[in-house]
Design a protein around this ligand. Structure first.
Ligand code: GUN
Length: 193
């Protein structure tokens, strides 16, 4: 019996990979949180926007973390335009003045470092400063990209490409990237890494 259990575990690991060892989030514990505890834990997932978690709490219980994230995304989707815009504007520039001043959230610091944006050459710094300024000048909000899903080269490429788009397209692109960033932030928070 014991050996059969071990065999099943080994087979499970082969089929599902090491991710099978990661602890599943305790949805019962999350669903038992009162609003204040929920906002304390998840209020920082959307950049400087605890109102997203605060409002998503109303949609409990959540079956899965995907379900919980979808509820948060819906809060943003149906939020008034000025609130959405403020959420976008809460994001620091990539390798910008907030980074230089040490004024970014811990999440942004580690995301930007994941693609080496904390260690750009002088030429790369010059280029990203130009891109940041041109993008904000054109659209009125900062360029947001799910940095963890890209290389430094890919980020520069996408930055220049997206700068050619119209405002409506970039507003939608920025929001989609916020949704991707926040999904990754939830995984990171819940895995404790
Ligand atoms: N993508 C992931 N993190 C960030 C961030 O802090 N700022 C911007 N602009 N994009 C990001």
């Amino acid at each position: 019996m014991f050996r059969r259990g071990l065999l099943a575990l080994a087979l499970g690991l082969v089929l599902a990979g090491p991710a099978a060892l990661a602890a599943e989030p305790d949805m019962a514990a999350i669903n038992a949180m009162d609003r204040a505890a929920f906002v304390e834990k998840f209020g920082g997932i959307f950049e400087k926007s605890p109102w997203v978690a605060e409002s998503a709490w109303d949609k409990k219980p959540f079956a899965t973390i995907d379900d919980m994230h979808a509820a948060m995304v819906n809060v943003v989707k149906y939020a008034p335009l000025p609130s959405q815009l403020r959420l976008l504007q809460n994001h620091p520039d990539l390798a910008g003045k907030e980074a230089a001043a040490g004024a970014m959230t811990a999440s942004s610091v580690s995301e930007q470092a994941s693609a080496g944006l904390n260690a750009l050459s002088k030429a790369e710094m010059g280029r990203i400063s130009e891109l940041n300024a041109a993008y904000k000048q054109k659209f009125g909000f900062p360029f947001i990209i799910a940095v963890r899903m890209h290389t430094k080269e890919g980020i520069f490429f996408d930055f220049a490409r997206r700068l050619q788009n119209d405002t409506q397209t970039e507003y939608a692109n920025d929001l989609q990237n916020v949704y991707a960033i926040t999904r990754l932030r939830l995984d990171k928070l819940l895995s404790g890494s």
